[in-house]
Every structure is written in structure tokens, then in C-alpha cells.
Design a binder for this molecule. Sequence first.
Ligand code: ZN
Length: 104
Amino acid sequence: MEILIIWLFFGIISAVVASTKGRSAFGWFVIGILFGPLGFILALVIQEKKVVQSEPMRKCPYCAELIKLEALKCHYCGTELSEEDITKAYNDYFGGIIGKRKAG
Ligand SMILES: [Zn+2]
């Protein structure tokens, strides 16, 4: 009976450790239950999940580096970008599906 409690304990701590790293708590709870101490060790050693870059990006028309869609000035080459450039990039990015942004 104790072994069940210990395995459940490993399930819970694996879930806690994994969730602090942005991983699925439920998934790691199951892994902890299945693998016991091994699951917990795995939860400790897995890499922190990288936050996916969700900010829309576009290429600078002058230096071709990726910059933020709404950037007024290129971070790399320092070129000032016109509102027209931004509107065009915005419309290209969203493909006119979400609704076009008006210039000015
Ligand atoms: Zn640039």
C-alpha cells in the first residue's frame, strides 16, 4: 500500500516541478505515476520550455533582418520606416483576412 502512496507522491512532485518549467502538469503527473522516482528525475532535468515568439515579425526592406511588425525604426540598420511601409507589412502579414489597417 505504501508503494502506491510513494508513486502518487512522485506523480505530484513531478507535476509540480514540470509545471514550474511551463510543461504539462497532468502529463508529468502521469509520468511520475508510471516511472516513480525516475519520472521525478526526468522532470528535474528537462529543459524549461521556451516561450514561443508570438510577436508578428517582418523583414526590414533595407537590411532584410527580422524586425517587429510595428517597428518604426529598424533595430539593425537604423532605417526609419514610414507608416506606409508598416501598413503594407501589416496587410501582407495578416493577408487581409483579419481586416486591413488604415494608413495614417
Ligand atoms: Zn534594417
